[in-house]
Design a protein around this ligand. Structure first.
Ligand code: 5GP
Ligand code: ZN
Length: 110
């Protein structure tokens, strides 16, 4: 039986990076995740954490609540997920939380 939890897409650049077929500056790797520096950083530190499994987007992970709240479906719609971490990361409330934002553009912020 194939393992859907280890899905792989031969045309996906991040699948190739996770498999070591395209070089990257690796930060961390374990059984499930691969972490590497972004090639075009937006900030002094900018790395990407990816599941080794080819999951196209957060829309595939659990979109029901976002859709219930009025976000439109992926890929035309979608939503933005932000986790602020520490003062310089914009975190004000120190209990881990994920912002989920969506709906038609333009937005007030972000
Ligand atoms: P997205 O725009 O999909 O949220 O983010 C994709 C990110 O992947 C971008 O910030 C881009 O710079 C980075 N990226 C795209 N191709 C490569 C690559 O070949 N190597 C590395 N290290 N980063 C990449
Ligand atoms: Zn992939």
């Amino acid at each position: 039986m194939s393992q859907p939890s280890h899905a792989h897409d031969d045309n996906c650049i991040f699948c190739k990076i996770a498999a070591g077929k395209i070089p990257s500056r690796k930060v961390y790797e374990d059984e499930d995740i691969f972490v590497f520096d972004d090639i075009n950083p937006w900030a002094p530190v900018h790395f990407l954490m990816i599941p080794k499994t080819h999951i196209p987007s957060m829309a595939q992970v659990g979109p029901e609540l976002a859709l219930d709240k009025g976000c439109r479906p992926y890929p035309e719609g979608g939503f933005r997920i932000v986790t602020n971490t520490g003062a310089e990361g914009g975190q004000e409330v120190h209990h881990l939380h994920i912002h989920v934002m969506g709906g038609p553009r333009p937005w007030a912020r972000g």
